[in-house]
Design a protein around this ligand. Structure first.
Ligand code: PEP
Length: 267
């Protein structure tokens, strides 16, 4: 019985898509962005990267040039935010159709920096998610607890609540276009990484929430990434966990050799 269920879990890990995504945040002018893409392409040239999808999440102004630079490479393109309206009086915002028109395939939504500094709430995350999916974008949905929440022992409740609120109204079919990124806020950009066990525990809990919201099939098919100071040194251990299906990587994604090591660890 144990052997059968272990085999089932391992098979599901193998059949889920592993996704290594870089979040460049507010870094790189268009020229610098192209240079970084070229450096990543050079790092992965001749290597088998078929074991994972590779995504670059770039600033809005870099999308068009990066779309061109990744042509013919395995790298896919993500934006870092999207507005929920199709168009209108929303100064400074960008719509899903605009992102698609410049070549974005994915969009990162609900990153903790947007929640912390730009008033993002689960309600707005949910509206952005719905709009992105309706427009045909794939979503990398970020959730994660604050340090105080972890210390209070309520990590799983917080993350479950975010997942439920952020995915409200998202259909079972649309879940095929949703990746969840578990990013403990205390680990983002701090050099503090969750242990592989902590990452596994919360990613498994998120999978359980998705199973309850949808069903086991959807839960087993959903890619759940870990993010928070993942780097060339710790990626292999984190990615070896059975419910960790990839990484959302900030700092280390700006260094082509390090990003390439992480891609290698995901093979
Ligand atoms: C992030 O920006 O999503 C992130 C995880 O950053 P870092 O890897 O730098 O912690």
């Amino acid at each position: 019985m144990y052997i059968i269920s272990l085999k089932y879990i391992i098979m599901n890990k193998a059949t889920r898509k592993t996704v290594i995504a870089g979040n460049w945040k507010m870094n790189k002018t268009p020229d610098e962005a192209v240079a970084l893409i070229e450096a990543i392409k050079a790092e992965i040239a001749g290597k088998d990267t078929s074991g994972c999808d590779i995504i670059a999440g770039v600033p809005f102004v870099d999308l068009a040039v990066v779309a061109k630079a990744i042509e013919g490479s395995p790298i896919k393109l993500a934006a870092q935010n999207v507005h929920w309206a199709a168009s209108g009086a929303f100064t400074g915002e960008i719509s899903a159709d605009m992102l698609k028109a410049v070549g974005a395939e994915y969009v990162i939504i609900g990153h903790s920096e947007r929640r912390q500094y730009f008033g993002e709430t689960d309600e707005t995350v949910n509206k952005r998610t719905a709009a992105a999916l309706a427009a045909g974008l794939k979503v990398i949905l970020c959730v994660g607890e604050l340090k105080e929440e972890r210390l209070s022992g309520i990590t799983e409740e917080i993350v479950a609540m975010q997942v439920k609120l952020d995915l409200a109204g998202v259909s079972k079919e649309d879940m095929a276009n949703v990746i969840i990124a578990y990013e403990p806020v205390w680990a983002i950009g701090t050099g503090l990484t969750a242990t592989a066990e902590q990452a596994e525990e919360v990613c498994a809990a998120i999978r359980g929430v998705i199973a309850k919201l949808y069903d086991e099939t959807v839960a087993e098919a959903t890619t759940i990434q870990y993010g928070g100071s993942m780097n060339a040194g710790n990626a292999a251990e984190l990615l070896s966990m059975k419910n960790v299906d990839g990484g959302l990587i900030g700092g280390a994604s700006l260094k082509a050799p390090d990003f390439a090591v992480i891609i290698g660890a995901a093979q």
